[in-house]
Structure formats: structure tokens, C-alpha cells
Ligand binder design. Structure first.
Ligand code: NIG
Ligand code: FE
Length: 427
């Protein structure tokens, strides 16, 4: 930085600036270091970070239009929520109560409830209705510190309804301060018109719906701005088997999409190995993944994304073995999986709190998993997820002086101020 550069915003005197800085995702043992600068400062110009370092070094090198005094507070990157189903119609509060009374998620799904019930409500909703309810969820996520969000389709399950969801997702990216990354999840469940015939529906996804999604993407604002599109599939009993899942992902690759997979949530039958072979960007859930596949994950470039809000919300006592994943050298990311069934949860701090307690992530590991690694899981690793010169100025001022309060002091909102693309949000 030159002498006395003029910047738009200067975060001054933070007890800690937690950078999460890294070349590429943080793998295994590297996740233990969150990159804490004691008594730090951050300078922002034109929506980008221009400098971060000890206040003693930066003070006196910048004049700022606006200064935020961070005395008694810590500063960290905006959270990246790498797996959500934020767009949906209706809710599933009744199923929540059924589950409390003993029904399982899979029983409800097999009985025509679950995802398919949300499909009915999503199909019945207009673009405007879906956009309004999703924007309200994004508002809440932003207030809780999430500044970049992956959003999946998957409650339309016909060409026109999946395109409707994509249109809503594009509108959110245009109109909401959060940056959005789109994922096509046409193979989320078998819709009522194809009941009992996952095979016929898989052909419909591959031959009809996915090509329309690809055509949509090509002229979308995402393609225009260089934001990638992902294809995802629910690889599970009562959803899509290994071969069907592979065909959907391969069709996505063919169309120029990157890949993700919902895998090993309840049953494990080779989905992780298959996804690694296809070079998936991430493999998500991983609750029952076996040792050999965890080892393979550690040797791959694929990011492991456990979703512990799901286990918590389904009242499960078993959690994905995130420690084994880190021990194998994998890069672990966290996400809410926000959806109306298995995870009605907008809060990354809540997810970190659960991961620390039940998966024994340290606060540093949980923060890296929710920022830099999550950004890499959705192709945003060069733009977001850390406090480094050149990145988008997506920054949180926390209420506490110590970032460990994010997962430690649970159930509330640890965020004092959200800065999105250099703008101080009033929330
Ligand atoms: O990630 N497992 C499949 N899909 C979602 C749940 C979606 C829903 O229940 O509506 C998940 O858990
Ligand atoms: Fe999901």
C-alpha cells in the first residue's frame, strides 16, 4: 500500500482480525489455524479488501471516508453457506411434530410426505411468492453473518417448475445483497407423475430438464459474471441409485456444470467413490461414509461437507465423522442445508455450535469450515471466504473480542455488524 492511501472504510483497533487466509482450501491439520492477527485493522475500497494486518502497521498508511471503531470486538470473514435449499413453498411443521412422536424422515418420505410435499407447495407458488419468502430467509441469514449462499433447485421436478426455481434464484442474486451460487438439483426426489419409477424420471432429468437448465444458465447473469453452475443429486434409497446418480452428474458435466452430491446420509453404497472419480467439487452429508472412502476423500481435491444441523434437527445422536475426515487430510466445509424438512435452520453460528460439540471441531476448524473451505466448495474461493487483499469485502464485526464466542455463546446472534461488498448493512 502506498503512502496515505484513501480508502472507503477502515476497521480500526479490532482485538482480533481472524483472516482464514489460505492459498486454496485448508486441508486437515491446516484447519486448526484461523489466522488470528491480534489488534488488527482492515482497509476496504471499492467493495474489495485492500489491506489487513496489525493496526500498528496499517494506522497512518490510510485515510478513510468511514472508520468503524472495533475496540473490544473481533472481525472475521462473512460466512459462506455452501449447501442450501433456500427457495421453497409451504413448510413442514406438521412433519416436525410427527417425527417427535416417532416417525422417521425416511418413513415420512416413503409415505409421500417429505420432499414431495414441498414439491406440491413449490409448484403451486408463483415466482413472486417464492422470491419473497426466500428473500426473507436470506435477510435472516445475512443478519446472522452469511454473505454468500449456494441455493439448489429440486422442489420443482418438472422442466417448467425447475426453471421457475432457477428464475427465482437469479432474481435473488440480482436483488439481494447476498451473493448466490446456483445448483440444479432436478434429481432430488421422484415426482408424483413418475411415482415408483426413478429410472423413467432419471431419463427425463437427463434428456429434458437438465438441457433446459443448461440453456437457461448460458444466458443467465451467473454465466455472464463467471459464477459456475453446479449439478447435484440425492443418492439414496427411495431417491436415486448409484447408476442413476452417475448418469445425472455425467450429464451435468457434459453440459459444463460442476458437480456435488447428497450422499451417505442414511445408506452407503459407493456414492462417494463415484463422485470422487467424477472430480466432484464437494460431497455432502457423509453420515455413514466408510473408512476407505474417507481415506480416498483425504487424497482427493473434493471438499467434504457434513451437515450437522440435519442430524440435530432429526434428533439423531450420530454425526458425520468430521475428525476422521480432517485426519485423512480432507478439507472440511460446513453448511446449514437450510430446507423445510431436515434442516429448517438459517444460522451458520448454530451449525458451528453443533459441529464443535458433536463433531469435536475446534472453533478455528469450524470457522475455516464456514468461510474459506465453504467458499472453495462452491467455486468462490478466489473471491470470498477470507480477509485478504483483493477479495470481496464481505466482513463481520463480532460482538465479542474473541472469535471463539461464535460457537461458544450459542443460540443468539454473535454478529454486531455485517459488511457486504464494502457496504455496511443496516439490518
Ligand atoms: O439435504 N436429503 C435430501 N435433501 C435435503 C432435504 C430436503 C427436504 O427434506 O426437503 C437434505 O437433507
Ligand atoms: Fe440438502
Amino acid at each position: 500500500m502506498g503512502n496515505m492511501e484513501t480508502v472507503d472504510l477502515y476497521l480500526h483497533n479490532a482485538e482480533q482480525v481472524v483472516t482464514c487466509a489460505s492459498h486454496g482450501p485448508k486441508r486437515g491439520p491446516a484447519m486448526a489455524d484461523a489466522g488470528v492477527i491480534e489488534r488488527g485493522a482492515v482497509a476496504v475500497k471499492d467493495g474489495r479488501i485492500v489491506a489487513a494486518g496489525p493496526a500498528a502497521q496499517l494506522d497512518g498508511t490510510v485515510t478513510a471516508e468511514r472508520v468503524i471503531d472495533c475496540t473490544g470486538r473481533s472481525v472475521c470473514p462473512g460466512f459462506v453457506d455452501a449447501h442450501t435449499h433456500t427457495v421453497f413453498g409451504g413448510d413442514r411443521a406438521a412433519e416436525f411434530e410427527l417425527r417427535i412422536k416417532g416417525a422417521s424422515y425416511m418413513e415420512i418420505m416413503a409415505a409421500g410426505g417429505g420432499i414431495v410435499s414441498t414439491v406440491r407447495h413449490t409448484r403451486a407458488a408463483s415466482v413472486d411468492e417464492l422470491a419473497r419468502s426466500a428473500a426473507a430467509r436470506l435477510d435472516e441469514m445475512l443478519a446472522l453473518g452469511t454473505t454468500t449462499v449456494e441455493i439448489k433447485t429440486g422442489y420443482g421436478l418438472s422442466a417448467s417448475d425447475e426453471l421457475k426455481m432457477l428464475q427465482v434464484i437469479e432474481g435473488l442474486d440480482r436483488d439481494h445483497p447476498c451473493d448466490i451460487v446456483p445448483t440444479f438439483l432436478g434429481a432430488h426426489a421422484v415426482p408424483p407423475e413418475f411415482e415408483g419409477d426413478a429410472e423413467a424420471y432419471t431419463r427425463c432429468v437427463v434428456e429434458e430438464i437438465l438441457p433446459e437448465a443448461a440453456a437457461w444458465y448460458a444466458s443467465s447473469r451467473f454465466a455472464e459474471r463467471g459464477v459456475p453452475m453446479y449439478v447435484d443429486v440425492f443418492c439414496e434409497d427411495h431417491a436415486f441409485d448409484l447408476d442413476q446418480s452417475r448418469r445425472v452428474l455425467e450429464a451435468g458435466i457434459e453440459a459444463g456444470f460442476k458437480t456435488k452430491i447428497h450422499v451417505d446420509q442414511f445408506n452407503s453404497f459407493g456414492g462417494v467413490a463415484m463422485a470422487l472419480e467424477l472430480g466432484a467439487a464437494s460431497v455432502d452429508h457423509l453420515d455413514v461414509t466408510d473408512r476407505a472412502e474417507i481415506e480416498a476423500l483425504g487424497e482427493s481435491g473434493t471438499i467434504a461437507v457434513p451437515l450437522p444441523a440435519v442430524n440435530f434437527n432429526l434428533g439423531m445422536t450420530d454425526y458425520a465423522d468430521a475428525r476422521a475426515m480432517m485426519d485423512s487430510g480432507a478439507a472440511v466445509a460446513l453448511a446449514t442445508d437450510l430446507n423445510p424438512g431436515s434442516a429448517p435452520c438459517p444460522s451458520m453460528p448454530a451449525v458451528m455450535a453443533i459441529a464443535c460439540r458433536y463433531q469435536r471441531l475446534t472453533p478455528a476448524e469450524a470457522l475455516n469450515a464456514s468461510t474459506i473451505n465453504a467458499a472453495h466448495a462452491i467455486g468462490e474461493g478466489e473471491e470470498a471466504g477470507s480477509i485478504e487483499a483483493g477479495k470481496r469485502a464481505d466482513i463481520l464485526v463480532l460482538k465479542a473480542a474473541d472469535y471463539r464466542h461464535i460457537p461458544y455463546f450459542f443460540g443468539g446472534n454473535p454478529v454486531q455488524t455485517v459488511i457486504k461488498r464494502g457496504r455496511v448493512m443496516s439490518l
